[in-house]
Ligand binder design. Structure first.
Ligand SMILES: *Cc1c(COP(=O)(O)O)cnc(C)c1O
Length: 380
């Protein structure tokens, strides 16, 4: 058969407990979801503020579709850049305190676009080993020397910066590490960038909307060297991403970034939904307060049970191996709690990745903590 080789690879994954499958949702994204005919409390979603199915966002997308239609028709440089996109970019730039912003259809595309445009042969990238896969792919595609430092190891970063002879030097980090939930020391990294004449590209997919009073992880770090990227499909509840930076950086990306230039602009109704979302992120502090309460209560119940140190809505629990991760995830599912088992190659060590949302019910968070505690005691 023509695809026997593919079949064999998939079988090897099954045997190693690394096979992946999608589950089909039959409800909007939310604190509870319907899947396989059952209602589950959803502890897998990056919809940290519970905005993905908020009535204001739905209304903005509907009004946006009535005003602009659905499709954008072309790339931004041809004829696809609407006043809705323009207004969204200006709003986002002002919100995070940068002179200009540029929007993308996905975070993956934003990372590919920025990194491959900013550096190339003869340049160097300095990247945290736990950066998101999309950043790693972008760094590899750029053809710049790709130097990785141990997670949050600023001494190693400084040694690499001190010995490089590259023309352009780009430090690339996640602001909040997506599978660990901890944060990069951005202020110190920017200080090193100033000392060694480097630029800093920060991916704040998990900080925007949540940290810095909603304005993200880089708020208060006032350096033109910092190029800020955040996604709009997580806490913002919509889709897409933006990069905010000095005007010259944005102008350069518009002119040079191939994954920006050669793709159709996102549907304008999504830009309207993002505008509504930013309003809620700015005004509704109670969402971040509820999130903080859930984080504290889960950590209190699971104290000493192996949660990784994290102050963000991402609360991973390391487990012995992929089989245990899968089994725990299945047992939680039986109890009506959906927590994903994250396994290699996504992460080096298997874990349960618990994601909390502002719209979770406090009792459900307690239930998760207690159920997990019981399961762990049975396992050990
Ligand atoms: C989710 C994520 C991305 C990709 O963003 P999408 O909009 O989903 O393509 C990039 N970086 C990090 C750190 C992420 O967690």
């Amino acid at each position: 058969m023509p695809f026997d080789a593919l079949d064999a690879d998939l079988d090897a994954r099954r045997v190693a407990n690394l096979y992946r499958q999608r589950r089909v949702l039959d409800s909007p994204q939310g604190a509870t979801v319907d899947v396989d005919g059952r209602r589950l409390v959803n502890f897998c979603s990056n919809d940290y503020l519970g905005l993905a199915s908020h009535p204001d966002l739905i209304a903005a997308a509907q009004a946006g579709a009535a005003r602009w239609g659905v499709g954008s028709g072309a790339s931004h440089l041809v004829c696809g850049h609407s006043a809705a996109h323009e207004a969204m970019e200006q709003r986002l730039a002002a919100f995070v305190g940068k002179p200009a912003a540029l929007s993308f259809s996905t975070g993956y595309m934003a990372n590919l676009a920025a990194v491959t445009a900013l550096v190339g042969r003869g340049d160097a990238i300095f990247a945290d080993k736990l950066n998101h896969a999309s950043l790693n792919d972008a760094c590899q595609l750029s053809h710049a020397a790709f130097k990785r430092f141990a997670h949050n190891d600023l001494a190693q970063l400084e040694r690499l910066l001190a010995t490089t002879e590259a023309d352009r030097r780009l430090i690339v980090v996640d602001a909040v590490f997506s599978m660990d939930g901890d944060c990069a020391p951005l202020a110190e990294i920017v200080r090193l960038a100033e000392q060694y004449d480097a630029w800093v590209y920060v991916d704040d997919a998990h900080g925007f909307g949540v940290l810095g009073d909603g304005r993200g992880s880089a708020i208060g770090i006032d350096s033109p060297r910092l190029i800020y990227m955040a996604t709009l499909g997580k806490a913002a509840g919509v889709a897409g991403a933006f990069i905010a930076a000095e005007a010259v950086v944005i102008d350069y990306l518009v002119n040079m970034a191939r994954p920006y230039i050669y793709t159709t602009a996102a549907p304008p109704p999504l830009a309207e939904a993002v505008l509504a979302s930013v309003g809620l992120i700015e005004r509704e502090h109670w969402r971040r307060e509820a999130l903080a309460m859930h984080i504290n209560s889960l950590r209190a119940v699971l104290a000493g049970a192996g949660l990784m140190p994290s102050a963000t809505p991402i609360q991973p629990l390391l487990v012995a191996d992929s089989a245990v991760a899968l089994r725990l995830s299945q047992c939680l599912g039986d109890a009506g709690l959906w927590v994903s088992a994250i396994r290699p190659p996504t992460v080096p060590t298997p874990r349960l990745r618990i994601c909390l949302s502002a719209t979770h019910d406090a009792g459900d968070v307690e239930h998760l903590g207690r159920t997990l505690l019981t399961l762990l005691q049975e396992t050990r």
